[in-house]
Design a protein around this ligand. Structure first.
Ligand code: SF4
Ligand code: SF4
Length: 330
């Protein structure tokens, strides 16, 4: 790992130069809307403050809706046209550590034994520059999910805002190629202070939970009915979650579309016969928790949650998954 001290001006100047060859995407504050990942034309427009983006970075790798192919019927013949993969190289800057950990979890599904060519193409054409969190809020519980607000897991490089400058840690060769030319190496004294500061920042994540080892034995517990009572089945939690990845396939006007779907929706498991194995909120919310904290762990060895807090922050009725998991009657 290479450590550098970089001024904001140096970083913006470099990004300006990189705009010639890369699409640069990063958080941008939109009036009356919040912070969203946007394509950046002027690096000064980047939001590299302490607020969080509403949507996760997932949407830049797994599109909310994506055409797979088109069919045509012409001159008594059927033909199939595949959708070309985007080749543009891109840099995504300002991605929080929980989100890059989320991408590593999505890799287990979309880029391991089975490879989804759209997702893999998006992964391969992207350099990720992370941004550490110095002000996690009370909804964040990343450190309880094996993550951290300061570590560089899943990034090519990571920035730490400190005293009006950035500490830059370069992790991968891709990161070195893009960022290796800027900044100065810190002195040994500065490196020591920085390490101490980093340790202190980890303590800023105050919400600590304990995810149960095995939820199986409480599958039939009335707890799931109680905790899901106020749920509106709106699906916000699934759409904004950096790790939820369920989708639907729709054929429309001779085109096949993949679009996000979510276990919170009443028709998610509705079958053509009219039968629905998850007819009430109890079964649907239980499925959400079990998928994240039981089934995924059994299949892939980790919880499918990075503790980003989005589903708590944006749930219209303030359902708190961290509390529900922590208090599960195991
Ligand atoms: S965001 Fe809240 S209300 Fe909406 S589906 Fe999720 S838990 Fe239910
Ligand atoms: S379940 Fe909630 S806290 Fe966990 S990763 Fe998804 S949105 Fe974040």
């Amino acid at each position: 790992m290479i450590q550098k001290i970089v001024t904001k001006e140096e970083l913006y100047k470099l990004l300006n130069y990189l705009l010639q060859d890369f699409e640069v995407i990063g958080p941008k504050e939109l009036t009356n809307r919040g912070i969203f990942y946007e394509t950046i034309k002027n690096p000064q427009d980047l939001y590299l403050g302490e607020g969080f983006t509403t949507e996760p970075v997932k949407k830049l790798f797994l599109n909310p809706s994506e055409w797979f192919f088109k069919c045509q019927y012409k001159d008594s013949k059927n033909s199939l046209e595949e959708i070309a993969l985007t080749k543009t190289k891109r840099i995504i800057i300002g991605v929080r550590p929980c989100e890059t950990k989320g991408l590593e979890l999505l890799d287990k599904v979309y880029n391991s034994e089975y490879k989804d060519e759209f997702y893999v193409n998006n992964r391969n054409r992207t350099v990720i520059i992370g941004l550490s969190c110095a002000k996690p809020d009370r909804n964040c519980f990343c450190t309880s999910m094996g993550g951290s607000n300061v570590e560089s897991q899943g990034t090519d490089a990571i920035l730490f805002d400190r005293d009006g400058k950035f500490i830059l840690e370069i992790i991968t060769d891709k990161g070195k190629e893009i960022l290796g030319s800027i900044g100065n190496e810190p002195s040994e004294e500065e490196k020591k202070h920085w390490q101490q500061d980093k340790e202190k920042r980890k303590d800023l994540v105050k919400t600590k939970i304990k995810a149960p080892e095995d939820l199986d034995k409480v599958f039939e517990d009335p707890y799931w009915e109680q905790v899901s009572k106020s749920c509106l089945s709106c699906g916000i939690c699934t759409f904004l979650c950096p790790t939820c990845h369920c989708f639907d396939l729709v054929d429309e006007q001779r085109r096949r579309l993949r679009c996000y779907d979510g276990c919170a929706f009443v028709d998610f498991t509705l079958q053509a016969s009219g039968e629905n194995p998850r007819p009430t909120k109890k079964e649907r919310y239980r499925q959400r928790v079990f998928h994240k904290f039981d089934y995924f762990k059994k299949n892939f060895g980790e919880n499918l949650c990075v503790g980003c807090g989005r589903c708590i922050r944006y749930c219209p009725v303030k359902i708190d998954i961290s509390e529900i998991v922590d208090k599960a009657p195991v």
